[in-house]
Structures are given as C-alpha cells and as structure tokens.
Design a protein around this ligand. Structure first.
Ligand code: BGC
Length: 353
C-alpha cells in the first residue's frame, strides 16, 4: 500500500444543468431498482445509497491529525463529484486500550468526519477494517470486535439513519469458519442499541460472491445490506501489488475481451439471483484496479464494473479515494479524470474538468 504525505486545497467542481439532470435520472433508476429489494420500512428509515467511495483507511489522520491528508472539506468535494456515500475504513483496534476502550481522541476524529459527511449530504458506512488481525486470531478479534461495536453502536445510536454500520471488512483466513457466529454475535450487540439501523454484512473469503450461499443471516432482520467485493480478475486489478505475492511480478495484463466481459456479467447475475431469492439489497463495497494496470485499462474495467452493478441495482463504493487505486489526486487537489468519469459518467459528459 503506498503512503504519501501532504495534502492540498479542495477545488469545488463547476456543475452544468445536464450534470444534474443525468444525476437525477440515474438516482431515479437506482431508487426503482432498490425498491424491488428493500422492504418499505427500511426505505423509510434512510434514503437509498447508490454511488460511494472508500476513504481514510490508510490516512495519518488517525495517528497524527496534524498530518491528515483527508480533510473534512473533501466530503463536499465527494458530494459535488456525484457520490452519495462514503465507506469509512476504520482500523480501530490500534486505538483501544488493554480493556478494549477506544480512545477519546479516536472518537473526536471519527465524529468530525461523520459530521462533515452528513453536512455535505453524504451517507456514511462505518466499516470495521481490522480484517488482517481477525484472519489470524479469531479469539482476540472476537473480544475487540465486540468491544468496538458495543462502544460505536452506543455512541451513534441517535445518529440519523444515513449512518450505516458494517460489522467487519473481508473476513478471511481463520475467520472464515467462525464468521457466521461472529456476525450474529456482533449484530445482536448492535441491535441492542440500534434496532433498525441498516447493517452491512458480507460473506467469508474476502467478501467473495462465491460464498453468498454460506452466509447465515437472521431472516427476520430486514435492515441488512449484503455486501461483496470484486477485484476479478486479480491478475489484472492487482498486477504489481506488493502485498499480493502471486501478483507482485505481473505486469502488462490487459482486460476487456468479450470473455472478460461475459465473466463480469455472469458473476453479477449470480449475485443478483441470490439477492432476489433472499430478498436482500446488495452493496458492491469495494472494487478497483491498481495504478500499475494503466489508466485507460483501469478506466475501462472500472466503468464496466460500475455500470454492470448499477444495471443490477447494486449500490457500489469504489476502492479508493486516496493512497492507491486512487480516484482523487491529492497532489493536484482534484479528481483523477479518467477514473472519476468511469465512475460518474455524468461528470465526464459534462466536461467538468
Ligand atoms: C484492503 C487494502 C487493499 C484492497 C485491495 C482492501 O480491503 O484494506 O489494503 O489494498 O483491499 O487489495
């Protein structure tokens, strides 16, 4: 994961009437699609999230706010850029004391960000992102994860319904076997203080769509959004990634043949069939291709994945705003045009840049 320093000044994007018309048309279509999946009372509880971006997972803001790259003002830039939610990646275990108490300073940072998002008109998913330690030590994770949700759920119990909780990002490794128990345990903790808030939960094996059938959710809880992540094919999206050893040495892998596109269509059709059968709304919580894939290829894949998700009525959140796979260029203080345009076609069409 690349980590860069410094930050810059946000530049509000000029918007044309066509931009708003297209946004509105898109919003109506997605609302209709979600209406087929989400029960009426859940819809009343919160507006429909649609297009989002992952933020602050790898930002110094958590350890040294003075060095923060992400600034509260970026929330407005995200909203103006055509997104309606952020997924905040929280590696909170590092901010707990030995009894599992989250530090007051961590809550101050979190409150500032949540506040800025809500003021900008964004919905917020609070995603617990300590998936690596959870994959290695299930017992330790259970203690910390339940301590996290006890405190965070209670802290945000009066928050508007546009704040959603996501129990744990990408359960994998040793957590695979335990996941159905762990999710049930944490959902009960959340439900004690937040009986109807939307909670995001995904299948094991890194939120793999192939594991949807093994995901056990309480049938009576209709305020669950089911999430999956999509980086297929990994050889393409993760070519050169230092943290994924099978792909570190790869380069020059391209994407876009008709068989590549068929696979994407088939995969998302499989998720849609599961969603329809189980009557659950779907969030594609992460997808993205690393810089090493090349800009044109990244954009082509990103556009195809986002449009296929939308055609299926899935909300999506791009991986990620800053750090790597970026859609926002901190050094230029603006969007990466090709990736932003691939995600939000109205922005590209209206020649915002
Ligand atoms: C991880 C990142 C990683 C990304 C793509 C995320 O869930 O937190 O570290 O870069 O997936 O591999």
């Amino acid at each position: 994961m690349s980590r860069m320093d410094g930050s810059a000044i946000a530049r509000p994007l000029p918007k044309s009437p066509e931009f708003f018309q297209k946004l509105l048309r898109g919003a109506l279509l997605m609302t209709l699609l979600w209406a087929c999946l989400v029960p009426a009372h859940a819809q009343d509880a919160a507006p429909v999230p649609r297009r989002g971006v992952n933020i602050v997972g790898y930002d110094p803001i958590w350890t040294n706010p003075a060095q923060a790259r992400f600034q509260p003002r970026h929330m407005q830039a995200i909203r103006d850029g055509g997104f309606d939610f952020v997924r905040m990646n929280l590696q909170a275990f590092a901010h707990m004391d030995k009894d599992g108490q989250l530090s007051p300073a961590w809550f101050v940072t979190l409150d500032t960000l949540v506040d800025a998002a809500l003021k900008a008109g964004l919905q917020v998913i609070l995603d617990e992102h300590d998936y690596e330690s959870c994959a290695k030590d299930v017992a330790g994770c259970r203690l910390k994860l339940s301590a996290f949700w006890r405190q965070v759920a209670s802290h945000y119990k009066e928050a508007p319904a546009s704040v959603l909780f996501e129990i744990l990002n990408e359960p994998n490794g040793a957590m695979n076997e335990a996941w159905n128990d762990v999710l049930a345990e944490n959902l009960s903790i959340i439900r004690a203080s937040n009986p109807t808030r939307r909670v995001v939960i995904g299948p094991s094996k890194w939120n793999s769509l192939g594991e949807l059938d093994n995901l056990k959710l309480p049938a009576a809880d209709r305020n669950i959004v089911v999430t999956f992540h999509y980086y297929t094919p990994m050889e393409f999206t993760h070519q050169g990634a230092y943290w994924a050893s099978e792909f570190t040495k790869l380069s020059g892998i391209t994407w876009g043949t008709s068989s590549d596109r068929d696979r994407l269509a088939r995969d998302f059709a499989q998720v849609a069939a599961w969603a329809e059968h189980n009557r659950r709304p779907i969030l594609l919580g992460e997808f993205g291709a690393l810089e090493t894939a090349g800009m044109a290829q990244r954009a082509a894949w990103t556009d195809a994945v986002a449009r296929t998700a939308e055609a299926r009525g899935f909300a999506w959140s791009y991986w990620q705003f800053d750090s790597d796979f970026v859609v926002w260029d901190m050094s230029k203080d603006g969007w990466v045009p090709a990736i932003h345009g691939a995600l939000i076609p109205e922005a590209a069409d209206s020649k915002l840049r």
